[in-house]
Design a protein around this ligand. Structure first.
Ligand code: ADP
Ligand code: MG
Length: 166
């Protein structure tokens, strides 16, 4: 499967799309979410939480860069925006990479917003780039999906099948 695109037309639909992914994810999977502020990364991550059976509502992490949630599979939700904003750069990025490293290949699913700061950390990840549609389609979002290795590739196939045929 090459790169592909899915369009959603409301925040609820984006959440359902995330939920469908959460339902097929397995421990150790990594999902990288890129896109501008307000693109829908956190909305999508909330859906992933639902699909993983996380009971509490995910929020946008502000001061805490990494949040851990219990679920059918534990979910680690990271938002590295603050690193980018402060230009914290290599030092903090390196420290953070160390923290995230503890979660990778582990029991949890890891979802990262603004993963640019942790570039190169994960070889095999599901990369989702979210873009707004041109005005006036204010509630429309385009998801560009890409898998960078065999693990993410097989998850991408399971997810897309689930989304298209359920
Ligand atoms: P990010 O985490 O990328 O900054 P958020 O998920 O926090 O973005 O915010 C997305 C905003 O866009 C929310 O206010 C949401 O209601 C709105 N929105 C409108 N249409 C959509 C859509 N199709 N998918 C996701 N969010 C949408
Ligand atoms: Mg966010």
């Amino acid at each position: 499967m090459e790169e592909m695109t899915i369009t959603t037309r409301s925040p609820e639909e984006t959440m359902r799309l995330g939920e469908a992914l959460g339902a097929v994810l397995e421990p150790g999977d990594v999902v990288l979410l890129t896109g501008d502020l307000g693109a829908g990364k956190t909305t999508f991550a909330k859906g992933v939480g639902r699909g993983l059976g996380v009971a509490e509502e995910l929020t946008s992490p502000t001061f805490t860069l990494i949040h851990e949630h219990a679920g059918r599979i534990p979910l680690v939700h990271a938002d590295l925006y603050r690193l980018r904003e402060t230009g914290a750069g290599a030092a903090d990025g390196g420290h953070l990479a160390g923290c995230l490293d503890d979660y990778l290949d582990g029991e949890a699913v890891v979802v990262i917003e603004w993963p640019e700061q942790a570039a190169g950390l994960v070889a095999d990840a599901l990369c989702l780039d979210i873009r707004r549609a041109p005005l006036p389609r204010v509630d429309e979002r385009e998801f560009r999906l890409r898998a960078t290795g065999p693990r993410s590739h097989s998850r991408l196939e399971a997810w897309v099948k689930r989304w298209l045929f359920s």
